[in-house]
Design a protein around this ligand. Sequence first.
Ligand SMILES: Cc1cc2nc3c(=O)[nH]c(=O)nc-3n(C[C@H](O)[C@H](O)[C@H](O)COP(=O)(O)OP(=O)(O)OC[C@H]3O[C@@H](n4cnc5c(N)ncnc54)[C@H](O)[C@@H]3O)c2cc1C
Length: 147
Amino acid sequence: MLKRVPLIGAIYPDRVLHDDVYWIAEPLPAYHRGRVAILGDAAHAMTPHLGQGACQAIEDALVLAEHVRGDAGVPAALAAYESERRPRTASMQKAANILGKLGSWSNPVAVGGRQLIMRVGWERGAFKSVEADVRYGTRWRNAGSND
Ligand SMILES: Cc1cc2nc3c(=O)[nH]c(=O)nc-3n(C[C@H](O)[C@H](O)[C@H](O)COP(=O)(O)OP(=O)(O)OC[C@H]3O[C@@H](n4cnc5c(N)ncnc54)[C@H](O)[C@@H]3O)c2cc1C
């Protein structure tokens, strides 16, 4: 049997996190210099509206590992890592930022228009870009197995 709990009233104010959210507003021009590279939030901190910050950090780590495992040498491997990761993460940063702005609207007319555009946009093909994003990850499908 489900029991009703007055959820908001049950919160202890001193146990609620009140951290500021910081993000990099404009994508950085580079993610590496010489033999040093950055990844994750250090490279592309983004607003949380896409739920992609940690996901992109994990992808960074996997791609970085793929490149440094080769024979190209560290500076070339880091340059290859950067050229693969910067476009993808920069577009995620921008999309998260835009979604955050759209999500903060409160004018009922603007909100109605936003909802309509989001629904029509999704039905008319926005899912294709999601599909491409999902496909990006399938390259690691067998990672960790012995196949
Ligand atoms: C509200 C909110 C919701 C989110 N939701 C999602 C989500 O649904 N999905 C998602 O994918 N992402 C989400 N994120 C983003 C995600 O939390 C971050 O993108 C991710 O944690 C970044 O990982 P990171 O390892 O790059 O950095 P961090 O997690 O910040 O790790 C860096 C670590 O380095 C340590 N450190 C710093 N300086 C030093 C030093 N000098 N010496 C030693 N250690 C040091 C820090 O203490 C920290 O532990 C969300 C973020 C927020 C704020």
